[in-house]
Ligand binder design. Structure first.
Ligand code: FCB
Length: 467
């Protein structure tokens, strides 16, 4: 049996986001965000729900901080609700909104938990949509204004700041696939949106630096290792294309100051760009996007296994990676593949030489609920977490400067287009009564944090077996 200690000071955390847990969407002067509006579109959310109540964290935050304290969590990654601070997308700021985050941060610090704030976890003010939302360059200034107002207020106490969460999701799911707010299906706008997100990130970095003395400033991206289903050229091309559009499109500008040439050509071939000259990139933009950052946050859930759709199955090589069986999938239909986390951490370290990395999200949806004694025995989640933490450990052993791990998520919550039907929490939430129950995975995580180590087998189960 292996016992795998983590480095001293490793940040054991949990993550949430404002819209997914806060509720109280009309309280405290909060303005409408694109997600409030999206939820009103018929069919947009699979269970017809919205964020109006969610986990009522806006009024129950003290209880939730107490839970984190019980679990021994050292750091809490949360997001600031953009429309709580700037209800209509541009000044004046809403004092009541900032005051809420003041109270939250103070309560975290009093509990000995380090706050880690994300500025944009997808809740852009709806008021910015008539101008085009992220597809419009004006959103860059609006975001910098918001970053400035928020960090001025909280920067004395919050030392770790991420600008955006998963710009790929905002731009591509929001503006190209229409699955997320604002629900557009316009690939050209998606590319402009991606650029404006990156530019607003880069332009906020110096602002955050000056408002947050001694802080760490970074960006959070979701990355997917792209594996060809067979060694055929067609499958390898499909994998390269996904890597280009998903991973490198966001990493290269930030760390190399350019968009990946092959991925630009792919977009031209798809008719999403007229030529390799990107019309939305102005002189000087890429230098600003490349502003040096202190960390990159990586959200990892699964890998991609790419089978070409351009070659008929019968003409393609036999698969060497079969499609994963249903039992290898979480409730999201995502394959459980822990080594992909090690792979992506090592790859980012080697290709981009980032100063520090955090796993800013990792977790799984399983529906296990309380049994008759009120216990939530979510063994699959515990094993998912164990596998991924051991992958982090292997990455550390390979020299990756990994500073912490944030489990997604503290609470079962509003999972975007799936509403309340997918449960990612290590704490069960009854959405009617708002009762919280720490799941077995949460108790296990608490033991990991206390030991600052992960065992590669469950000690109690082993003891039972050998008894
Ligand atoms: C990520 C999001 C997060 C959550 C998880 C499951 O893409 O950042 O808000 O929904 O997926």
């Amino acid at each position: 049996m292996g016992h795998h200690p983590f480095p001293p000071g490793f940040l054991w955390g949990v993550a949430t986001s404002a819209f997914q847990i806060e509720g109280a969407t009309r309280d405290g002067g909060r303005g409408e965000s694109v997600w409030d509006r999206f939820c009103t579109q018929p069919g947009a959310i699979s269970d017809g729900s919205d964020g109006a109540r969610a986990c009522e964290h806006f009024s129950r935050y003290r209880e939730d901080i107490a839970l984190m304290r019980e679990l021994g969590v050292r750091s809490y990654r949360f997001s600031i609700g953009w429309t709580r601070v700037l209800p209509s997308g541009s000044g004046p700021v809403n004092e009541a909104g900032l005051a809420f985050y003041d109270r939250l941060v103070d309560a975290l610090l009093a509990a000995g938990i380090e706050p880690f704030a994300t500025l944009n976890h997808w809740d852009q003010p709806q008021a910015l949509m008539p101008a085009g939302g992220w597809a419009a360059r004006d959103s860059v200034d609006r975001f910098v204004e918001y970053a400035d107002a928020t960090s001025r207020r909280l920067g004395d106490r919050v030392k770790r700041w991420a600008t955006h969460n998963e710009p790929w999701c905002i731009a591509i799911l929001g503006y190209e696939n229409g699955m997320h707010a604002p629900g557009l299906k316009e690939p050209r706008k998606a590319l402009a949106a991606a650029h404006h997100l990156l530019l607003s990130h880069g332009r906020s970095v110096p602002v955050l630096r000056s408002n947050v003395k001694g802080g760490e400033i970074g960006l959070v991206v979701n990355l997917v290792p792209a594996h060809p289903a067979s060694p055929s050229e067609a499958d390898r091309t499909a994998a390269r294309e996904l890597d280009g559009s998903f991973n490198r499109w966001f990493l290269d500008p930030v760390f190399k100051g350019s968009y990946p040439a092959d991925a630009i050509d792919d977009r031209v071939a798809l008719g999403h760009l007229d030529s390799a000259d990107l019309p939305f990139v102005h002189a000087g933009d890429l230098a600003q996007i490349q502003a040096p950052i202190d960390f990159l946050g990586i959200n990892y859930y699964s890998r991609g296994i790419l089978r070409s759709t351009r070659v008929p199955e019968t003409e393609n090589a036999p698969r060497t990676i079969p499609a994963p069986p249903p039992e290898a999938m979480t409730d999201m239909g995502w394959e459980v593949y822990p080594d992909g986390l090690r792979e992506i951490l090592v790859r980012v370290h080697q290709d981009y030489a980032v100063k520090r990395l955090y796993v800013t999200e990792n977790g799984c949806a399983y529906s296990d609920g309380p049994d008759s004694s009120g216990r939530v025995a979510d063994v699959r989640r515990r094993e998912y977490l164990r596998g991924h933490l051991l992958a982090c450990k292997r990455a550390l052993d390979e020299g990756v400067p990994l500073g912490g791990y944030y489990q997604w998520s503290l609470l079962d919550n509003f999972e975007w287009q799936f509403g309340y039907s997918k449960r990612f929490g290590i704490v069960w939430v009854d959405f009617e009564t708002q009762q919280r129950i720490v799941k077995d995975s949460g108790l296990w995580y608490r033991d990991v944090i206390v030991a600052n180590a992960v065992d590669d087998e469950d000690t109690r189960e082993r003891a039972l077996r050998s008894a």
